[in-house]
Design a protein around this ligand. Structure first.
Ligand SMILES: [Zn+2]
Length: 204
């Protein structure tokens, strides 16, 4: 007969001690001995935790080791995430350091309906989404001119996302990501600082 409290005790991660012939004496249920699947695997006297089905057990030492490992893994993953965010901010800084753009701007994406559909990221982004330079102030620079409130490359957009793209660095501070649209990048060439002999103060 199965004691009525047994399943409750097992659900809670029951602990016990391995006795003769692999029988497990549970701490919380007097007189109940569970038969082990692998009696030879755990020595008599070993403190164990029984799985929720009551079919197998793991030594408490092993349970602790796994917990420690999980914690360490979590810690490493968090550190990796922070490192990635830090690198992303540094890359963005290095990117913007190349330019001296003579008007107010932001970075924006062109939304795609597919990116808003059920099962998508819900952000209007998809794998081919790129970041564009968004012109916030009308300008004229030689043969290139734009009114305010347009994308630098062209103003065709399925959905407009002109709020400005932001990323978070490792400290939760937001930063403007680099432009990744090739047409925008080509047009932005003219605002790159001269890197040759003239030094940083001269422009093309
Ligand atoms: Zn663009």
């Amino acid at each position: 007969m199965v004691p009525p409290r047994l399943s409750d005790v097992l659900q809670g991660g029951a602990k016990g001690t391995v006795r003769e012939k692999g029988a497990i004496e549970l701490d919380d249920l007097d007189g109940v001995h569970l038969a082990l699947k692998n009696p030879e695997a755990v020595a008599e006297g070993t403190r164990v935790q029984v799985n929720s089905r009551g079919s197998a057990c793991t030594s408490l030492e092993e349970v602790k080791r796994r917990k420690r490992e999980k914690k360490a893994e979590k810690f490493l993953k968090a550190r990796e995430r922070r490192q990635k965010r830090k690198e992303a901010r540094q890359e963005a800084e290095a990117f913007w350091d190349q330019y001296d753009i003579p008007f107010e701007y932001d970075v924006a994406i062109k939304g795609r309906r597919s990116g808003l559909l059920r099962g998508s990221s819900g952000t209007g982004r998809d794998s081919s989404t790129v970041e564009h330079l968004y012109v916030l102030e009308a300008f004229e620079d030689g043969r290139l001119s734009r009114p305010e409130g347009v994308y630098l490359c062209n103003n065709e957009a399925n959905l407009r996302f002109d709020d400005g793209e932001r990323r978070q660095d490792e400290n939760g501070e937001s930063f403007i990501p680099p432009v990744t649209c090739q047409t925008c990048l080509d047009r932005m060439e003219r605002w790159k600082w001269r890197t040759k002999s003239e030094g940083r103060d001269e422009k093309y």
